[in-house]
Design a protein around this ligand. Sequence first.
Ligand SMILES: [Zn+2]
Length: 510
Amino acid sequence: MRTIKIFDTTLRDGEQSPGCSMNQEEKLEVALQLEKLGVDVIEAGFAISSKGDFDSISNIAAHVKKPIICSLSRALKEDIEASAGALAKAKNKRIHTFIATSPIHMEYKLKMTPEKVIERAVMAVTLAKSFVEDVEFSAEDAARSDREFLVRILNEVIKAGATTVNIPDTVGYQTPDQFGDLIKYLMENVNGIHKVDVSVHCHDDLGMATANSLAGVLNGATQIECTINGIGERAGNTALEEVVMAIKTRQDLFNCKTNIVTQEIMKSSRLVSNITGSMVQANKAVVGANAFAHESGIHQDGVLKQRRTYEIMDAEMVGLKAAELVLGKHSGRHAFGNKIKELGFELSTEELNKAFERFKALADQKKEVSDKDIASIVADQVYHAPEIFQVHYVQVTAGNTTRPTACVQLIRDEETLEGTATGAGPVDAIYKAIDFILGEAIDLVDFSIHSVTGGTDALGEVTVRIRDKDRVFMGRGSDLDVLTAASKAYIAAINKMLSFRDVQTIKANV
Ligand SMILES: [Zn+2]
């Protein structure tokens, strides 16, 4: 039976999606989880794009040993050298280089003739090959490229030493029949294609990324590029959990397997969602909160009599535990530690102690502390950038007859900074007071508040997104007091923004 390689690009393509920026420690944590999940390749970043990306790839290369670590590069000398440098410490390394091959990209974006594009691709692969044995070439926008031209360029890059050729549907334009047919055509017409890995990289603009990737596999592809929860540019990439579970559940049809430890899927999904603040929709295939919930009486009755009546996968197969153990004020540190692991967090002893203190404080105020409460306080506490500013004091006067006024104190390096402002509402007043302290008007693009559980004593969780040039930063805060939660979330996003500011980034659209 064929084994399909899983190439995870959560840390590169996924991280490019608005609001999904991660810092170096967060990226390493995701990479370590991807190693447990059993992915074959981790695309850790785009080395030339920023110093942050370079350091992050280098950090992952030094700590993650099982999977192949990969860095993206345009077909340019400096890009490939940067990738080689960032991968220096990797046990298993791959340089991934790409150039666009569709008429529209070659003419308008690259302003290069097709001949020149081939020449550049061969140069890039040859140079990459001088640094590493394992070289992947991507024909960007392959799905909209001329088939005969694709055959020509792939013939040349394979001759130059490419060990994987990737066929991206960069803009998510294809349908499964068309895309499968393209792979079949390439398998039949490219010289030496059976000696290299053939990869597919699909985007979900029309909701067909999973279907297109699987059509690729049915027609000979040996590698799928995907991300956890399907995060990525625009509508996202192929979701790892979907292709993996489709191949496993329908082995009768696909007649192949992957190396993924499926029991780690749920944990990986929660980790990425907690770190990026990008929530998974409840009805999302495989990892959504409702993916294994049976609401209708007829379905429940059927499942009780025989699970297989309405279930095609076991929840345990993706790492979901059947019964939720509810913690309360008498729960100990050990039970709490186990629960945290189950929810997908890896904490140091110091972090665990801090989280446990917050849990105890919450358990004193609330009778039952649910999994959602715990995930919320831990995510709030653990995943943030260096605390450049901390919220020290928030006081708001509001009501139906007064103009909302806020007084906020922030701490930076032991210095207390104070601001007062009025606003259209209490949150607006707080944010204006913070802007006053910072001396700039922050561009708030999204604010959402939700109650973590039911009841008036529920934790309020606030998620904000702020924009700085072309980057969006997410911040989250939770507290029993929603205005405190709102302040924490805003400051968390601002801290992230400030720690990213000195870094110039280039975006890649593979
Ligand atoms: Zn992509």
